[in-house]
Design a protein around this ligand. Sequence first.
Ligand code: TYM
Length: 332
Amino acid sequence: MRVLSGIQPTGLIHIGSYLGAIKHWIELQEKKECVFFIADLHALTVLREPKTLQKDIFELAAELLAVGLDPKKCIIFVQSQVKEHTELTWLLNTITPVAELERMTQYKTKTKQFKKNVNAGLLNYPVLQAADILLYQTNLVPVGKDQLQHLELTRTIARKFNQRFGRYPPAGPIFIEPKALITEIGAKIMALTEPKKKMSKSFPKSCLYLFDNPKIIREKIMTAVTDPGKEIKYNLSKKPGISNLLTIYNLFSGRTIKEIEKEFKGKGYQIFKEKLAQLLIKKLEPFRRKKKEFELNQAFLEKTLEDGRKRAQVIAEKTMKNVRKKMGLSSF
Ligand code: TYM
């Protein structure tokens, strides 16, 4: 049972990515074979400053380790360091209909958002993502809800590839059809500024970052947009703001939403927000401390990513050898 997932080095980790995905990665590394990576190639689909990309990659690596990814328990590496990702992307491109890519929600949103840079990479983005997943014979992909459509496409591509090339020697399917692992609560944390929109790195003001300092955490929570009325009650359609804050409270405290509603009955938004800010400041403190420690140890970060690359490479090479044979690109 292999688990795989990735995150782009476009800005730091916010509580949406943490609660929707990374928290589960940390739990899964205890019981499954896990592969996690920094998706730097995906990040190039929006304009990047080459001078800062390396710094961003290492900072993200430090954050991932600080929140609990453990290189002794999982493989951590940088996507562009394993060349098989781009090779498989090209091969999968040749069986993926353009129309399937054009209907992807993320593609439609990004083409609107980055009107001046609608590059072919934005369109082919999900094919690279499919290659990431299929290369490692992945069974489970822990992600937030926004990635579900890309996962469905990955399954379609795997099926199509197996049908088309599976009969060539050595006979048998080439890829495993992966399943998305999406939790019921926390799979879509909403923006603090606009609770009907997803918290997203593309809109930094919407985010509470895991490594924000206590003053900023407090400011962001106290000014988070809430709903008319003053009752602390979970109701997604009528009270999206409070429901989002209740979800965050629930996931950081481990207490059920019902229990939290009961505690804050009749107390109003102000007191609830104050307590939530205190909870977050306390829970996120160890992360901030550990990030600083990892950032001071560049040699350790480099070694971790290099060790991860070597281990990932072994799995990726094995898959590609088979793929090349099946497609007639090599005879051995
Ligand atoms: P990225 O970098 O945008 O986000 C990383 C992970 O965080 C989840 N996430 C959220 N979950 C809940 N609420 C939110 N507001 C929220 N915002 C982000 C995302 O769903 C994701 O799981 N394309 C991917 C990276 C990628 C990948 C892959 C993932 C590349 N190849 C292969 C899985 C498998 C992305 O941009 O994630």
